[in-house]
Design a protein around this ligand. Structure first.
Ligand code: GLC
Length: 800
């Protein structure tokens, strides 16, 4: 941490008066008399990039975060040169640059101030390492709020906080511990109702101060590299997050099974234990799609090997589990055991793939296997080699997913917990020290792993999960929040961290359900499962040294509650998959914090617990023990209590009942929620009917259901099915219109509409304008009708 506060420190230098301006297409260069150059690049009408150099020339423009496929293009770019300022005008914003001191201000077209420099760009020379400590400060207004920054375990609104980014293995962290495993130097500001974003794409150790040091100043700075940040204009948070996610990249769709329930522990071994655990899920009829092998499956913790005493025939075990619908996922860490007899070590040594210290020796460090060397994943050749190492695991043995851990990178028994700063990295042909490469090490490892799993699983889809990450890592892998603890504080952190990750572009995320360290009570486990089934990634994991942590390890009640909620997740899979599809195509977070859902309601700005799952389900976890209910904030609009169908009007805090088997959930009126039958694993059953829960609304509401083959890449060739629904509710009529897209033909022919809250008795039904007898449509349950999936208009009419 820099201890000198920005104000006190007297070594700061600033750009001075602008002496020249040059434009090459969308790059605008402003040069100050002291040699500082500011390059503003207009990428979209709502997306501007700012880069500063104090050296007259810029560094090679290379970033691991930016997705080459991100969308650029603007409608307008005009530069006006006045006596005291330059003004850059796009279709969305005006950016003013003062000639006297290079300070920048960004405004919307109505003249509202969005983001203005306070001191603006300033820097301190770094005598020890060379280069600069680069800094930026912005002025803020009262009531401004801040969100984002990845996995910070702190209040959801970052106002008043100072945080830093340096990927760190933080076993059993607690609230406010900083930094943790991931680096996402991106925040969303909400200023007088207008949302904007800032992404500081600098991989050195970075810092953000949100009005902590000074009440009306937000600043960010880095230990090295360039002041290089992107500005996103909203005015809605939706646009900010979606353009940020587009810029840093969206993931492919995962195989649907990856959205099922996963069971993990450190460690399930030997083989018999793995088989027993899998069998128990089936015996107790608790749905489960994957089981994880932690480090003990390996021979002496050597990656890509198997301990043949514990697992004499991994291929057979993996195949047998697969017969039962259980996919095997294995852990792979970056540390390679120093062992001249071990082929992975030999190959890397022969090819010079390991990281070196500044003066030449290998980077040595202790991890699980003892003394290790570490591949330099920032070298493309090393990544290619790593990719090919997965052939046997994936293609031959049949493992379905890979879990990357300890990739901050974590090193044991040293105070800094990681590599020394002098370690050298290739950085894709931009050689540098660990100061610059540290925060991307895990990202590049999981990228190489993803390439490997994809190559050998093809034409199936890969599944990878990582602990460490930098912005953009969502293109390759899912995430979990690391070594949490089995206590109620961590259950609160779970809801906050997952929401934060979701608006930081990383939606495919979950926590170790029940807590990794220590042991949960049955009640805590039950409450955690209730929350966890609504997280995009859903896995129980524990360190295993404090007892068992499977859904049946507690009492009958907890077992039944776990089953009930895991079943609920399985029935909601088409809904979750649709939300994932929106994330993968539009960068829309799968989980939406209340402020994202309704930023115009100031009541949402400081909410932490409740969130929206997908677009229409409001979830409020129970985060305290021994309670029978709680107060929660229900956002504006009308909502159906999921458990009782009672309709409540939001925009207020209210008491909700929550005995142990109930977690408060509400469905937005007008919603159409797709549901599959309960399956013990994805693909167990042929879906021969899709249930659609229809929640009446006086007015209109749109919904859609996305489906495809649930695995493979046919969906990229148009073989998907999208049912676009529009619900139109009137006093005595309910209309459901459908518009279908895509070439995928679902297995089912029938849709079962289950009607909730229809305020009239249905007397007539018209399908595509033809009257049909109600009797013919009535399904097994009273409030449901069954119709063929091919229709464009259903009208349910009541007594006039
Ligand atoms: C780390 C991981 C944890 C894993 C353990 C052993 O602590 O975060 O999930 O079980 O290492 O591999």
């Amino acid at each position: 941490m820099i201890t000198n506060t920005q104000l006190e420190y007297r070594g700061n230098q600033f750009p001075n008066a602008i002496k020249s301006f040059e434009q090459t297409i969308n790059n605008l260069f402003f040069t100050a008399e002291n040699g500082v150059v500011l390059c503003v690049t207009v990428l979209r009408d709502s997306l501007l990039r700012f880069r500063f150099t104090t050296e007259g020339v810029f560094e090679n423009d290379f970033s691991y975060a930016i997705d080459e496929e991100s969308i650029h293009g603007y409608n307008k770019l005009e530069v006006v040169d006045d006596t005291y300022k330059y003004t850059i005008i796009t279709n969305k914003v005006k950016c003013i640059i003062n000639k006297a001191d290079m300070r920048v201000g960004i405004y919307d077209l109505e003249g509202n101030s969005i983001l203005e420099d306070e001191l603006g760009f300033h820097w301190e020379e770094n005598y020890e390492y060379g280069g600069n400590i680069v800094k930026m400060s912005k002025s803020t207004v009262d009531g401004e709020s801040f969100y984002g920054l990845g996995d910070k375990p702190t209040h959801f609104n970052l106002k008043g906080k100072r945080v830093s980014n340096w990927n760190t293995d933080e076993y059993a962290y607690n609230t406010d511990r900083d930094p943790l495993y991931k680096t996402v130097p991106f925040y969303v500001g909400l200023r007088k109702g207008i949302a904007y974003g800032v992404f500081f794409d600098n991989t050195f150790r970075t810092y953000f101060d949100f009005c902590q040091e000074r009440r009306n100043v937000t600043s960010f700075w880095a230990d090295g590299g360039e002041m290089n940040y992107y500005f996103f204009y909203g005015p809605e948070m939706q646009q900010v997050v979606s353009v940020y996610t587009d810029l840093t990249g969206k993931p492919e769709l995962p195989p649907l099974w990856a959205l099922g329930y996963h069971q993990c522990k450190w460690s399930y071994y030997p083989e018999a234990k793995v088989r027993d655990t899998a069998a128990k899920f089936r015996e107790l009829q608790i749905p489960c799609d994957a089981i994880y092998l932690d480090i003990d499956y390996m021979e002496g913790f050597r990656c890509f090997t198997w301990n043949k005493n514990y697992f004499p025939d991994p291929k057979k075990m993996v195949a047998d589990l697969m017969e039962d619908g259980i996919k095997t996922i294995v852990i792979i860490d970056p540390g390679i055991k120093v062992d001249p007899e071990y082929s992975v070590f030999q190959e890397a040594l022969e090819n010079d793939y390991f990281c070196h210290r500044a003066d030449g020796p290998y980077m040595r460090g202790k991890v699980w296997p003892g003394r290790c060397y570490f591949p330099d994943f920032t070298n493309p050749e090393v990544r290619e080699w790593w990719t090919d190492l997965f052939e046997e695991l994936i293609e031959d043995i049949g493992v379905k997913g890979v879990w990357n851990d300890m990739n901050e990178p974590a090193v044991m028994e040293v105070p800094t917990k990681t590599f020394p700063l002098d370690v050298r990295h290739d950085y894709d042909g931009n050689p540098c020290s660990h100061r610059k490469a540290h925060n991307v090490y895990g990202m590049q490892m999981s990228r190489a792993t993803y390439e490997g799993v994809k190559k050998f699983a093809y034409p199936k889809r890969p599944f990878v999960i990582t602990r460490a990450a930098y912005s953009g890592t969502q293109r390759f892998t899912s995430f979990w929040t690391g070594d949490n603890v089995a206590n109620w504080e961590h259950l609160w952190l779970a809801t906050v961290q997952v929401q934060r990750m979701c608006i930081s572009g990383m939606s495919f995320v979950g926590t170790d359900i029940g807590g990794f360290a220590e042991q949960p009570t049955g009640e805590l486990y039950a409450r955690w499962i209730q929350l966890g089934v609504f997280h995009p990634f859903c896995r129980t994991h524990s360190s295993g040294d404090h007892g068992e942590q499977e859904p049946w390890s507690f009492d009958e009640d907890v077992l039944n509650i776990s089953r009930k909620y895991i079943e609920l997740r399985y029935t909601l899979l088409p809904y979750l998959y649709t939300a994932f599809w929106r994330y993968a195509t539009e960068g829309e977070p799968i989980i939406k914090p209340l402020v994202y859902f309704d930023q115009t309601d100031v009541q949402t700005h400081y909410r932490t617990d409740e969130f929206i799952f997908g677009r229409k389900i409001l979830v409020c976890p129970i985060l305290e023990f021994n309670v029978q209910g709680r107060r929660m904030y229900v956002p504006r609009g009308k909502w159906f209590n999921y458990w009782t169908d009672e309709v409540v009007t939001g925009g207020r805090e209210m008491w909700v009942e929550a005995p142990l088997h109930i977690m408060p959930m509400f469905i937005k009126e007008g919603a159409i929620i797709p549901r599959y039958p309960v399956q013990q694993y994805v693909g167990e059953k042929t879906i021969d009917e899709l249930t659609l829960d229809v929640y009446y609304k006086l007015g209109e509401e749109k919904s859609l259901v996305y489906e495809d083959a649930q695995d493979g890449y046919d969906y990229t060739k148009g073989r998907y099915s999208i049912m676009n629904f529009k619900l139109i509710g009137k006093k005595d009529e309910l209309v459901i219109q459908q518009h279908h897209e895509g070439k995928f033909d679902t297995d089912y022919n029938d849709l079962k509409f289950r009607l909730h809250g229809v305020p009239f008795e249905i007397t007539k039904v018209f399908i595509d304008n033809e009257e049909v007898s109600l009797k013919d449509l009535t399904s097994d349950s009273e409030n449901a009708i069954k119709v063929n999936k091919i229709f464009s208009d259903i009208r349910l009419v009541g007594n006039k």
